[in-house]
Design a protein around this ligand. Structure first.
Ligand code: GZL
Length: 334
């Protein structure tokens, strides 16, 4: 049927109007209530820093599953270890006018401009897992994640307990630290040092960055063993991925991890717990990646215009060779 020109024109105008309305609803996230008038789903833009460790992969999995459980519409961007990718992702969330932005900042500095843009757009920003510099603290509405300083202290307190059960020789400590200028790297280092401060039994003979990567943890340990031979008594590693790499280097050198070199690690991945049970690791400080549900709960509150706690810390523990029930540790899930 050939439409009369006038009618055809009217249909075309209606089609354009409908398309504009649909686009506006999508961009503003204000699709309004559905036909029952129920609230529309919260739209959360999440910038994940990368996939550098089993911990990070477990963190991403947990966040995606939690969004599904919570009925939150999640726009998830993986920055693949690049800060500029996180900045670009946050800018795209602003353009899309999400209800809330959450991100795990790969390092603490360099966020002022993009977070100022988010504030000017009226979009609340939540820091998850890691923090930004204190100078920009007013640009975020809250933090959810671990107390890294406490994790560092737990690592140091284990070493005090271990040394109490050993001969009095000074213990030479090597530290393989996480990504430089990241919150966990800074805080785990300070907490550990505060725990052992002033104790003449300990000397940190070297601290290097392994960037939270297994490959770099192995490279660092290989070089240190080549240069220092067997004059190392303790490895304090800021995450399990680097620890697993370092243990490969230690065993290649013909040394026994957990006996020739005391191994203290952070995260609590399944691989590390398995080696703790085997006696190849002496202490695993837990850092849980399972913060997805709390992120969704806080995001819904923010989208509803409610305020949230400034800091929401995860409940965590520590597993050591002195525990009697190591075999009972349930599967870690990351
Ligand atoms: C800690 C997290 C760290 C983990 C590492 O919350 O930021 O980053 O300890 C990960 O495994 O790479």
């Amino acid at each position: 049927m050939k439409l009369r020109p006038a009618f055809a024109g009217r249909r075309a105008i209606l089609a354009v109007l409908f398309a504009l309305l649909a686009a506006t609803a999508m961009l503003t996230g204000c699709s309004g209530g559905d036909e029952q008038g129920k609230e529309s789903a919260v739209i959360l833009g999440f910038s994940q820093l990368g996939s550098e460790s089993g911990w990070r992969i477990g963190n991403s999995r947990d966040i995606i599953a939690a969004a599904d459980r919570a009925g939150v519409r999640l726009t998830f961007e993986n920055a693949e270890q690049k800060q500029e990718n996180q900045i670009n992702a946050i800018r795209s969330f602003i353009a899309y006018q999400v209800d809330v932005i959450a991100f795990s900042p790969i390092v603490e500095d360099g966020w002022t401009n993009v977070l100022t843009e988010a504030r000017e757009a009226g979009i609340p920003v939540l820091c998850t897992d890691r923090l930004i510099s204190g100078a920009d603290a007013d640009l975020i509405v809250g933090f959810v994640g671990s107390d890294f300083y406490e994790e560092g202290r737990r690592a140091g307190n284990f070493l005090l307990k271990k040394a109490d059960r050993m001969e009095g020789d000074p213990l030479r400590i090597v530290e393989i630290a996480g990504t430089e200028d990241s919150t966990p790297m800074r805080q785990r280092a300070i907490g550990f040092r505060d725990a052992i401060k002033g104790d003449p039994r300990f000397e940190i003979v070297e601290s290097v960055s392994g960037d939270f990567l297994k490959s770099k943890g192995k490279e660092c340990m290989q070089r240190i063993l080549e240069e220092r031979g067997h004059d190392i008594d303790v490895l304090y590693s800021h995450n399990d991925a680097m620890t697993l790499g370092a243990i490969e280097a230690i065993e290649a050198e013909g040394l026994t991890p957990g006996r020739d070199i005391i191994i203290i690690t952070v995260d609590g991945e399944q691989g590390a717990i398995d080696l703790l049970k085997e006696g190849k690791i002496n202490c695993v400080v837990e850092c849980t990646p399972k913060i997805g549900d709390i992120i969704m709960s806080l995001s819904k509150k923010l989208a509803a215009g409610e305020s949230v706690e400034r800091y929401t810390y995860s409940a965590e523990t520590v597993f050591t060779e002195f525990d009697e029930n190591l075999q009972d540790i349930p599967p870690r899930g990351y």
